[in-house]
Design a protein around this ligand. Structure first.
Ligand code: ZN
Length: 197
């Protein structure tokens, strides 16, 4: 079976085998990595949370989206390449992860600027995953922020996320409303932290 055939037949709504394979692969790739917050949660919790949010809150039943959510940070944050993903999971999956991966050769500020600029031009599947990713990240900036981040850096992250999400609107109402709620909640957390010094 060619990679393309595998892609088509295995990403049907009934097929969970690719998803389980992706979970095993992502867990291995992110092994030893932790989220940057003081809770030091295993990194793999993050993509699992993104996938869960897509399934539970957004009602996404497209397994290509759920599987790409599990793998969405592997190219950016591990040694895996898009070609590796293409070989294992087919071109549709690797193309989707490509849409979700910043070009690490660029400066951080430029990568951030590009996220804002390119968000409106992403495919519908990539937009769903980006929305869920931003919700989880914004929530973490409130509840389990990277230890080295100052209040102003956290606050800048929120404003930047808001601008990225502005370019993703019209994709999924439940996710967009959740983003708005989490943003308000997180700004409240930051304000209270600022007050308490
Ligand atoms: Zn992510």
């Amino acid at each position: 079976m060619s990679a393309v055939d595998a892609d088509r037949s295995e990403f049907g709504t009934g097929g969970l085998s690719v998803l389980f394979r992706a979970m095993a692969y992502a867990t291995e790739l992110h092994r030893g990595q932790t989220r940057k917050g003081p809770r030091k949660r295993p990194y793999i919790e993050h993509p699992v949370e993104v996938a869960e949010m897509l399934w539970e809150l957004a009602g996404v039943r497209d397994l290509l989206v759920i599987t790409a959510a599990i793998l969405h940070d592997t190219v950016e944050d591990t040694h895996a390449s898009l070609a590796d993903l293409g070989t294992r999971f087919g071109p549709e999956l690797s193309n989707l992860v490509a849409e979700l991966s910043d070009d690490k050769r660029l400066e951080r500020a430029e990568r951030k600027r590009l996220q804002i600029e390119t968000a409106p031009h992403k495919s519908p599947r990539a937009r769903l995953i980006k929305l869920a990713d931003k919700i989880v990240n914004v929530r973490d900036v409130g509840l389990d922020p990277p230890q080295s981040w100052s209040l102003s850096r956290r606050s800048e992250y929120l404003s930047w996320s808001e601008r990225v999400v502005a370019g993703l609107r019209g994709t999924n109402r439940a996710l967009e409303e959740r983003f708005d709620a989490v943003l308000v909640e997180t700004r409240g957390i930051l304000e209270r932290e600022e007050e308490s010094g």
